[in-house]
Design a protein around this ligand. Structure first.
Ligand code: PAF
Length: 252
C-alpha cells in the first residue's frame, strides 16, 4: 500500500495506473466497520482500490466539532493495509484548498432540509471536497454509506449535474447488535451513552410517527435536531452528551 500526501505525487501515480477500474472510498478517517464494508466492496469491484483520509474543515459549521473530531491516522492506515487497499491519499488542507475556500459548490432548493438547515454550509463543504477528490483520483466508482443518506443523494445528484464520469455507489448502513449505526462519532460516546444511543434506531423503526419518534429519543436525554421523512425514508439527528448522531431507515 502506498500513501500519498500531495496532489502532485498522486497525479504522477495516477498517470502510471494502467488498470481498467479504479474505486475510491473517501473518508475523514477514524475508520470503523462501516468504512471497512465500503472498502471491502471497493476492493472486490475494482482492480485498484484507493481510499482518502481528510478531515474536511469546509464541512464543519462548528469549530469545536472540527477540533474534537476523532483522528486515528496510524490505526486507519493499518486497517486499510489489512483490507488490501492499494493507495491512500492523505492530503493536508493547503493541498486541497490552495486558495483557501475560494471556490465552492452550492446547493439549491431541494437540499434545503435536515442537514442543510441544521448544519449550514455542511453539504456545500461535502460537495466541494468530493468534487475535488473525484477530479483528482478520477475513479470509475466512488463508495458512500447510506447512513449519510442526504450526503449520498446530494453527492450523486451533484456528480450527475456536473457530468462527472464516476458511478456513485450506495452501501447499506452497518449496525451493531443494538441497532446503533457505525459512526466515527460513536468513539466520542461513553459506554453508557452508547447504550442510550441505540434508541435512535429503535425510534426510527418502531415509532408510529416522526413526532412519537422524537419523544422516544428525547426521553433518553437527547437534544433532537430533527425527525423527518423524505424520499421514502425516516431520518433523525440528535445530540447526546454534546455528540451529534444521525441515522435513517427506509419506511416500510
Ligand atoms: O462522509 C464522510 O466521511 C465525509 O463527509 C466525506 C464524504 C469523506 C467528505 O469529506
Amino acid at each position: 500500500m502506498q500513501v500519498w500526501h500531495t496532489a502532485g505525487e498522486w497525479m504522477d501515480r495516477r498517470r502510471a495506473i494502467g488498470a481498467d477500474s479504479i474505486g475510491l472510498v473517501p473518508t475523514m478517517g477514524a475508520l470503523h466497520r462501516g468504512h471497512a464494508a465500503l472498502v471491502e466492496r471497493c476492493r472486490r469491484e475494482n482492480e485498484v482500490a484507493v481510499a482518502s483520509i481528510f478531515v474536511n474543515p469546509a464541512q464543519f459549521n462548528d469549530p469545536r466539532d472540527l477540533s474534537r473530531y476523532p483522528r486515528t491516522l496510524e490505526k486507519d492506515l493499518a486497517l486499510l493495509e489489512d483490507l488490501a487497499v492499494d493507495d491512500v491519499f492523505v492530503p493536508n488542507a493547503a493541498e486541497l484548498y490552495p486558495r483557501g475556500y475560494a471556490f465552492r459548490v452550492e446547493a439549491a432548493r431541494e437540499t434545503k432540509v435536515m442537514e442543510a438547515v441544521h448544519r449550514p454550509g455542511f453539504l456545500e463543504g461535502v460537495m466541494t471536497v468530493v468534487l475535488k477528490l473525484l477530479n483528482l483520483i478520477r475513479p470509475g466508482r466512488a463508495y458512500f454509506g447510506e447512513k449519510d443518506f442526504q450526503q449520498l443523494k446530494t453527492v450523486r445528484e451533484m456528480a450527475e449535474d456536473f457530468f462527472v464520469p464516476t458511478e456513485i455507489v450506495a452501501c447499506p448502513t452497518v449496525r451493531g447488535s443494538s441497532g446503533l449505526a457505525e459512526s466515527s462519532r460513536n468513539a466520542l460516546l461513553s459506554n453508557a451513552a452508547r447504550q442510550k444511543a441505540a434508541v435512535l434506531f429503535r425510534a426510527l423503526t418502531t415509532a408510529p410517527s416522526p413526532q412519537e419518534a422524537r419523544t422516544m429519543i428525547e426521553q433518553q436525554g437527547f437534544a433532537v435536531d430533527y425527525v423527518e421523512e423524505h424520499w421514502g425514508r425516516r431520518f433523525a439527528a440528535a445530540f447526546l452528551d454534546g455528540v451529534r448522531l444521525i441515522d435513517n431507515v427506509p419506511l416500510s
